[in-house]
Design a binder for this molecule. Structure first.
Ligand code: C2G
Length: 722
């Protein structure tokens, strides 16, 4: 007899299966000791090939499929019927087991003759080879027989069968089944019945499952992500599994409270998602009446009130409590955060004031600057149309723009909300704030801020940066764009899939921000900019402009700076002839002390427009930043200082170009190599001349100094878009 059957329902998420199957192989179990039963529940294409691939790798896997979809509960029940192992273990296709987990559980179960052994669950956004354990989740820190308090803790968020080893004959003898008439909560009756019949619920330390929180709820939603979209279904499913689940907790108040808490918690979720129980009200009230008495202490005041209203069959009042509850959840202070108040004022007042057809809002890098393509478009429009429009700049702090027709507003401030509500035209170079409501007749021009090198949004596997909801939020916000500017065909192709955009909304105007690089006044501008920064006339200029690192942050939007270039060495060898401008990415929050390099290193991180810095530089050093696509317009030398390329390329982002082959300059890995390249810059340029020309052709050939005009005309509807 086999020791173990691993049961895996599969529906969607082929891209996760390598991690799942790979993690089973890595358990290093004897092939004859176990079996994997994979159950295709109206599965995505490609699953059969994937199974065959793993059969070849010696995974003892059986595969069965059916169409249409019956749900995970049905699939798991089918798996139990087929299972030949002494123990069963349920695994989801997008999760993976950490090394050593199954051996730990199996040996513990044997030693203690246990019916049920449970390990811990670690939640992760990451794939298996980049998994980092969070020590906070180490709740099971020693092996023991679990008490009811332990059980309540384990199932506090969700009643799940995951990462449990269960003796098969206990399931058979007691006819324990998953609910197969629901999409959600199918585990609850199974687990509650199991708990009522076992000889104990044992906990083992060091046996973990990595439960993946998917980061793409748009294309690959996981169950709890789709729940919010179908609250009525969610409520119906809860009401279906509740009575059976509660039945198995008789005489066990702590376990009963688990079920009651699940009912109340999910009922609140349903109402938060905007659904008010109607035909289900009587049943809901009956169940909730009892439940709320027992578990009310676990809820906040507004939540308790909402539940009591349902128990008293007063859904309208429950709705008011839910609204208060939502505000309370998002709040900074007791009555909601500032932006919620501003939106409220907008609803009440601004949105009734009428739209202004000659108002244009400009924003760049979340209000961090008056720069980039929005500035170029603004400058052009001011010169071409003057006072015919009112121009509004959104900036992060008070910063009065001069000029009769220009106003300013603080990012996320009341005036921002006011102008966002009333202006017809909107020009942003990053995503607009999530609260932005696009009204009928408004025109939204997204300029974006660089030709992509690093993989973007839906092309990223894992999102390593601070905001894990990146994909969902990006999708929501980008649906409001009418036009997205592109600097070249390469970008157009990428934006189409990475942003999931309609191609006809992506317009190849070239980047307005690069018009200045083709300006006839370049010599005058150079003189003025050098003067502003205080660079001696006789010095040549190196611009060092690296990008940010997704994994090195203090908090969302505030990233660390890795001082990886040896400024002392460069200063010692180059300062007679050169100065170095350090330009950190706008996400970098570090205050750098560069006093020891005074006279050589100039910190220009706060300087308005990087294109003016391009113009005054003789060499540009960058890494994975889109900076080089723009700088290449000048046809001046570019060096790539990529000391951490392996981490960046493989673990963090992945790239659209082959850095070894496609770049118009050398990849350099140490400060010594950078120094050497600068000292021999003519030879380096010569070596890359041909590649550079090809690169220019591919990425810069749309630029002619007229992109701002094209973008402005597009915005005003004066340009055909095909
Ligand atoms: N930038 C800058 N200084 C730096 C790096 C970047 O001023 N040290 C500006 C440049 O205009 C650059 C833009 O910010 O083109 C985007 O920076 P990236 O380093 O390319 O990184 P990111 O903000 O992640 O944008 O499609 C483009 C991607 O979205 C990249």
């Amino acid at each position: 007899m086999k020791k173990l059957s691993i049961i895996i329902p599969f529906n969607k998420g082929l891209c996760y299966l390598d991690d799942c199957f790979g993690s089973i192989l890595a358990q290093d179990l004897n092939k004859d000791e176990y079996e994997v039963i994979c159950l295709g529940d109206m599965p995505e294409e490609g699953i059969v090939a994937k199974i065959e691939q793993y059969e070849k790798k010696d995974l003892p896997v059986r595969y069965v499929q059916w169409i249409p979809a019956y749900g995970a509960g049905y699939a798991r029940n089918a798996g139990i019927k087929m299972a030949e192992g002494e123990y069963v273990y349920f695994l989801d296709c997008d999760d993976y087991i950490l090394d050593g987990c199954l051996k730990r559980m199996l040996s513990y179960a044997k030693e203690h003759d246990a019916d049920v052994v449970s390990g811990g669950i670690k939640h992760t956004f990451f794939k298996r080879d980049a998994f980092l354990a969070d020590p906070k989740e180490d709740f099971i820190n020693m092996d023991r027989k679990g008490t009811d308090t332990d059980i309540a803790k384990i199932f506090a968020d969700e009643v799940t069968v995951l990462n449990m080893l269960i003796r098969k004959d206990v399931i058979d003898a007691n006819d324990i089944k998953f609910a197969d008439n629901v999409s959600y909560f199918s585990d609850m009756p199974f687990v509650m019945k199991l708990l009522s019949v076992t000889n104990g619920f044992f906990l083992v330390s060091g046996a973990y499952l990595a439960k993946r929180e998917r980061n793409d709820p748009i294309h690959l939603p996981q169950l709890n992500q789709s729940m919010a979209k179908e609250p009525q279904k969610m409520l119906n499913d809860m009401l279906l599994v509740y009575p059976e689940s509660i039945k198995y907790t008789e005489g066990q108040p702590k376990r009963r409270n688990i079920v009651m808490y699940m009912l109340c918690k999910n009922l609140l979720k349903v109402m938060e998602a905007g659904y008010r129980p109607k035909k289900e009200l009587a049943v809901c009230a009956e169940y909730t009446k009892q439940a709320v008495k027992n578990v009310s202490s676990r809820f906040r005041f507004a939540e308790r009130m909402a539940l009591s209203c349902i128990a008293a069959k007063r859904p309208a009042q429950a709705r008011i409590c839910t609204a208060y509850m939502i505000i309370n959840k998002k709040k900074d202070g007791r009555f909601g955060n500032k932006i919620q108040w501003f939106r409220f004022i907008d609803k009440l007042i601004f949105s009734h004031m009428g739209r202004k057809d000659n108002w244009i809002v400009f924003e760049s890098f979340f209000g961090r600057g008056y720069n980039d393509s929005p500035k170029a478009i603004y400058d052009y429009m001011l010169a071409a149309y003057g006072d015919r429009f009112r121009y509004i700049w959104i900036l992060s702090d008070k910063h009065k723009k001069t000029g009769k027709s220009t106003r300013y507003a603080v990012y996320n401030g009341l005036r921002h909300v006011y102008y966002a509500s009333r202006s017809k035209y909107h020009v942003y170079n990053v995503r607009q704030p999530g609260w932005f409501v696009k009204k009928k007749g408004m025109v939204f021009l997204e300029t974006w801020h660089g030709t992509p090198l690093k993989r973007l949004v839906f092309d990223m596997d894992d999102v390593y940066s601070a905001n894990k909801n990146h994909k969902a939020e990006f999708y929501r916000d980008s649906r409001k764009w009418d036009y997205l500017l592109s600097d070249n065909r390469f970008s157009t192709d990428i934006f189409e899939h990475a942003f999931d955009m309609d191609r006809d909304k992506i317009i190849e105007t070239g980047y307005p921000r690069n018009d200045i690089l083709y300006s006839e006044n370049a010599p005058d501008i150079i003189k003025k900019v050098k003067n502003n920064i205080g660079i001696p006339e006789d010095k040549k200029v190196i611009l060092y402009a690296p990008t940010w690192r997704d994994n090195e942050y203090y908090e969302s939007g505030k990233y660390k700076f890795d001082m990886a270039l040896d400024f002392s060495l460069l200063k010692e060898r180059l300062s007679d002839e050169w100065v170095l401008l350090l330009r950190t990415h706008y996400y970098v929050a570090e205050k750098l002390d560069l006093s020891e390099y005074e006279g050589f290193v100039y910190n220009v991180s706060g300087y308005g427009d990087i294109s003016e810095l391009y113009l005054i530089s003789d060499i540009c050093i960058t890494d994975y930043s889109s900076v080089f696509f723009d700088y290449a317009n000048l046809k001046r030398p570019i060096l790539f200082y990529v000391y951490d390329i392996e981490t960046y390329k493989n673990e963090l982002r992945g790239m659209y170009l082959d850095m070894e082959k496609d770049l118009p300059g050398p990849l350099l890995y140490t400060s010594g190599e950078v120094l050497c390249a600068i000292e021999n810059i003519s030879a380096v340029s010569e070596e890359y001349r041909e590649k550079y020309d090809g690169f220019y052709e591919r990425f810069c050939s749309l630029s002619d100094g007229q992109a701002s005009k094209r973008a402005a005309e597009l915005l005003l509807g004066k340009r055909r878009t095909e």
